[in-house]
Design a protein around this ligand. Structure first.
Ligand code: PMV
Length: 309
């Protein structure tokens, strides 16, 4: 069974689309997939109840069918026909990199079925074609983290820079219940950047500084400092109109319940907030406080590099 994980962006979403670094972490929630020989190519994705042929489908399934066709086009014409069965274990449209995890898991399953060996980074690279179907101009952070896991600094076009954390990062994920489109949020920020290059460029530069400081704080195991930096990143994201009342409430509730810091994660405009806690016990308290305000909560420690947990 192939596995690809979701991710949380701890720092740097959106700025990463515009050549700044982001600091992201793989999470244990993800997608499992397996491919078996069949009469025709097919993709089944549960629990969504999706069953489609490459390139065929309507509405949301149309993108998935197109992406599946793109994934299959990475392989030689004379390959066997394959039925891929994927089990999706994380919410979509939530900022957790669900589409990338699905794409990487499918490509991993296709690789396994055809006896193709690929390094995780290489799998992350080829999966960008899949992500492009959904997001237009993806930075590549989602597919790279889905393929590799661990904690790392990612910058477009550069190799992943893995970070060794002195302490585990107990995180609570809370979904605002609002779904949002990454594609639309990315174009909204890009339009702001085009209209006000100086103001938005300065915000991106400030986010880049946070990424650098956060890397050091994570290496030192200084979770309090990491939390403070997350709060600062959240303020900068609000300045880009990416936060919502619900996300703000989740962050506030998490901080009041003892989290070191909290912010939205991913595209914003809805989706999830993440809160950094001092310990697994503290995370349970924060999760209990968030549950009444969220449509979905989970506690996760960051996923080790390359390993499903
Ligand atoms: O919401 P997600 O999981 O698709 O994350 C998007 C992250 C962005 O920085 C907003 C876009 C990107 O391609 O990096």
């Amino acid at each position: 069974m192939a596995f690809a994980g979701g991710k949380v962006i701890l720092f740097g979403e959106h700025a990463v689309v515009h050549q700044r670094p982001a600091l992201a972490a793989g999470i244990a929630l993800g997608v499992e997939a397996a491919a078996t020989e069949a009469d025709a190519d097919r993709l089944t994705a549960d629990p969504w109840g999706v069953d489609l042929a490459p390139g065929e489908g309507e509405g949301e399934a149309a993108d998935l069918a197109r992406a599946f066709a793109v994934a299959l086009s990475l392989y030689p014409e004379d390959r066997p026909r394959l039925h891929v069965h994927a089990e999706v274990g994380l919410p979509g449209g939530a900022g957790l990199g669900c589409s990338a995890a699905l794409g990487v898991a499918i490509i991993h399953a296709l690789d396994d079925a055809m006896g193709i060996e690929r390094e995780p980074e290489a799998r992350g690279d080829v999966s960008l074609a899949w992500e492009k179907v959904f997001h237009g101009n993806p930075s590549g952070v989602d597919n790279m983290m889905a393929a590799v896991g661990g904690i790392a600094v990612y910058r477009r076009g550069e190799p992943l820079d893995p970070i060794r954390a002195r302490r585990a990062l107990p995180l609570v994920i809370a979904h605002s219940g609002e779904s949002s489109s990454t594609k639309e949020m990315v174009s909204m920020v890009t339009r702001q950047y085009e209209r006000e290059p100086e103001r938005v460029g300065e915000l991106f530069d400030a986010i880049e500084t946070l990424v650098g400081n956060a890397k050091l704080a994570i290496q030192d195991g200084d979770l309090k400092a990491v939390g403070q930096l997350m709060d600062m990143n959240q303020a900068l994201l609000s300045g880009l109109m990416l936060s919502t009342e619900k996300l703000e409430r989740l962050c506030k509730v998490a901080r009041e319940a003892g989290a070191w810091g909290a912010k939205l994660t991913g595209a914003g405009g809805g989706g999830c907030a993440i809160a950094l806690c001092d310990s697994a016990e503290a995370a349970k308290e924060v999760e209990a406080a968030l549950a009444p305000h969220a449509s979905f909560t989970a506690i996760t420690e960051t996923r080790s590099r390359g390993r499903a947990q």
